[in-house]
Design a protein around this ligand. Structure first.
Ligand code: GLY
Length: 253
């Protein structure tokens, strides 16, 4: 059974880091309801949900994807590029270790955030961003090369993380909102989507993706490709440069 690691939103969510967006009011109660709906959508599809210890002192702690990336049976504990987020990894590591997955960790001076890692087949595209640096990518490559993974560096300037701009459909086609994609030619197959919030999907299974309810035209486009779409409202997280991928770590076993 696939497993989902999540962390409930901090009451300080509205103080989260912002890099490319202007700060706007965030409704903490609505954020909690949206998070509940997000988790429920996975549970309804048979995912086993593990909740990490709350980290109320970390406004961005809900974006748990940035703290751990799982490759086969190896969990890589990251070293976030944002100082305010470094303290989030200890509890993520404890949860992953409790689940029995072997771990490795990115070390200083390396930085890596999970939002910068897009896995397609045995290739990990890694955003070289304001949060993930060259030493972090080099460490990841050293960990993954013996396990048969290719690591491709993708410079990112227009959005926070690689996966703010692009994600992949079940067949490996990369989708993104073109204006926010530095170089679509990096990917073997790229399909533009009509809404910025439509660029992020989580693959639930071979035929189904979960995405933001803020992108109905993208949902239609994906349905036209034969996919089932599960849409969830995540507006309060989008205001903080989060998206459907950042809110969880998926362990597909
Ligand atoms: N607000 C999400 C982040 O900057 O990490």
């Amino acid at each position: 059974m696939p497993r989902l690691l999540v962390r409930r939103p901090s009451p300080r969510l509205a103080d989260g880091e912002l890099t490319h967006l202007e700060r706007v009011p965030v409704d903490a109660a609505l954020a909690q309801r949206q998070w509940d709906g997000y988790v429920a959508a996975f549970r309804a599809r048979g995912w086993d949900v593990t909740e990490l210890a709350p980290a109320d002192e970390h406004p961005d702690g809900v974006f748990v994807e940035d703290t751990v990336v799982v490759f086969d049976d190896l969990a890589v504990i990251t070293r976030p590029g944002a100082d305010s987020r470094r303290g989030e990894t200890a509890s993520a590591r404890r949860a992953v270790e409790a689940s029995g997955l072997p771990t490795a960790a990115i070390q200083a001076p390396g930085t890596l955030e999970g939002g910068d890692v897009l896995k397609i087949g045995r290739t990990a595209y890694v955003g070289l961003s304001s949060r993930t640096n060259e030493p972090g990518i080099a460490q990841l490559r050293a960990l993954l090369a013996p396990r048969g993974w290719d690591v491709v560096t993708v410079p990112i300037t227009t959005v926070l993380h690689l996966k703010t701009g692009v994600t992949a459909l079940p067949d490996g086609t990369v989708i993104g909102y073109e204006r926010l994609v530095d170089d679509p030619s990096v990917y073997e197959r790229f399909v533009p989507v009509p809404e910025a919030e439509g660029s992020a999907v989580v693959v639930l299974d071979e035929h189904t993706v979960l995405m933001s309810a803020s992108a109905p035209r993208t949902a239609e486009l994906l349905q036209g490709r034969g996919l089932e779409v599960v849409a969830v409202a995540v507006t309060e997280f989008e205001k903080l440069e989060g998206c459907v991928t950042c809110l969880s770590v998926r362990v597909r076993g």
